[in-house]
Ligand binder design. Structure first.
Ligand SMILES: Cc1cc2nc3c(=O)[nH]c(=O)nc-3n(C[C@H](O)[C@H](O)[C@H](O)COP(=O)(O)OP(=O)(O)OC[C@H]3O[C@@H](n4cnc5c(N)ncnc54)[C@H](O)[C@@H]3O)c2cc1C
Length: 393
């Protein structure tokens, strides 16, 4: 068993770390000041992303992506996840279901997205449909050989900056026919209803949209009619692995800051790390990170080898659940070690503390991840998780 990173992977990890520190960290406070990343800064980072080859790391080279394996994507996402305000979103990763489009759809949406000329948002959630996407009510009705889409979507991340949307709707209002539609945001009938504010300050907003009789041709259907849930699942798997990697990176950054501070801060005549209360917190943080990182690397490596879609779904829930809950605990301890300074917005740990909270909610709450894992244990046996090679017990 060889746990060493290969030389190319080590170099990729180092490049991603340097990119995060040089291009992402210095712009974090702009998001705090403006509540989003101002366009000129975003445009500058976009140019740097292209120059460094960190655009579309999740897509194949033939589509203009970087063709990184899942494991390599994880290495990059871990480093980028150290940055606050979701500024890692500036290194765009077009939605994975776009690769399942027709040749014309790939030409119109995927290729320019990989180049950074187009940007998407993914709209599934509605007022009545959160954890349960089967309660989606947005409907695309067949009329005179075209689709007419009406409904409402909530929490659409990047909805303000995207120029096209992937919308999860029911074909003909049939709950058995969830379907994905590609919509250019300028189409008549699409309106931003409200742009609520959230706990984190973020690179972009999460607006609510209404759709009133948006007319679409068959070329707007992504994947098969009725195949929306499967494609949305692929999106969830990718997003969950990415969140887990971000969480490991965020926890490491917070722990590094707290560890350095514990050595410098003098109270009662000695460095605070000399108090066992502080040292034990650092020890617990290190153990938590080591466990989560080991799990993440193993799963990312395993999925890179097997490419098994069902296994990916089962494993993405485990790493997302564990890493997001771990990051919450570790960053909370880091903030405690920093005392009042950890509560200042200028401190990355304060921002990580707010940022990380949503990772237990979006792309499936912790409870939903547990439901997925419980279902997998029932269906495929505990050995899927407690075994080793290929999940054998
Ligand atoms: C900042 C932000 C950005 C987002 N971006 C997007 C986006 O880009 N696109 C998009 O489509 N959505 C997006 N979402 C929506 C997100 O995916 C949902 O908020 C999430 O899936 C939970 O849905 P809900 O908020 O309606 O909570 P609910 O589903 O109403 O859940 C409420 C509570 O009930 C629990 N619960 C629900 N069902 C069960 C169950 N079966 N068993 C046990 N507990 C259960 C939940 O875990 C939770 O604790 C975003 C959300 C946020 C906060």
């Amino acid at each position: 068993m060889d746990f060493d990173l290969s030389q190319p992977d080590r170099a990729l990890q180092q490049r991603a770390r340097e990119f995060a520190e040089a291009q992402l960290f210095p712009n974090e406070m702009a998001i705090e000041e403006h509540g989003h990343l101002p366009q000129p800064i975003l445009a500058t980072i976009h140019r740097q992303v292209l120059a460094a080859g960190f655009n579309a790391i999740n897509h194949a080279r033939e589509h203009g992506g970087q063709g990184l394996s899942l494991f390599q994507q994880m290495l990059v996402n871990e480093q980028f996840g150290k940055a606050t305000g979701g500024i890692w979103g500036a290194a765009w990763q077009p939605a994975i279901p776009l690769k399942d489009g027709t040749a014309a759809q790939r030409e119109r949406y995927l290729l320019p997205s990989c180049r950074g000329e187009r940007f998407y948002c993914f709209a599934i959630t509605e007022e009545g449909a959160g954890s349960d996407p089967r309660r989606v009510r947005t409907t695309a009705t067949r009329r005179d050989g075209r689709w007419v889409l009406s409904g409402e979507k909530w929490f659409v991340t990047h909805g303000d900056v995207a120029d096209f949307m992937i919308v999860h709707a029911l074909a003909d209002g049939d709950p058995e026919k969830p379907t994905l539609f590609l919509l250019d945001k300028t189409m008549p009938g699409i309106r931003v209803k409200r742009t609520p504010k959230f706990m984190h300050n973020y690179i972009s907003e999460h607006p609510e949209f209404t759709f009133e009789n948006v007319e679409l041709g068959d070329e707007a259907v992504l994947g098969p009619v009725g195949g929306g849930l499967e494609l949305t699942k692929d999106w969830f798997v990718e997003a969950r692995l990415k969140i887990a990697a971000h969480c490991v990176g965020a926890a490491i950054r917070a722990a590094e800051i707290a560890n350095a501070y514990a050595g410098e801060r003098i109270q009662f005549g000695r460095a605070i790390r000399d108090f066992q209360a502080i040292e034990f917190m650092l020890a617990d943080m290190a153990v938590e990170i080591m466990a989560a990182k080991s799990m993440l690397y193993r799963v990312a490596w395993d999925l890179t080898q097997s490419g098994d879609r069902k296994r990916a779904h089962a494993m993405a829930s485990v790493v997302k659940l564990h890493a997001s809950e771990m990051a919450g605990r570790v960053i909370d301890k880091a903030l405690q070690i920093l005392g009042g300074r950890g509560y200042m917005r200028e401190n990355p740990v304060e921002r990580l503390y707010r940022d990380i909270r949503v990772d237990r909610i979006w792309e499936g709450t912790s409870e939903i991840q547990r439901a997925v894992i419980g279902g997998q244990i029932r269906k495929r046996g505990l050995g899927l998780y407690t075994g080793w090679v290929g999940g054998a017990a």
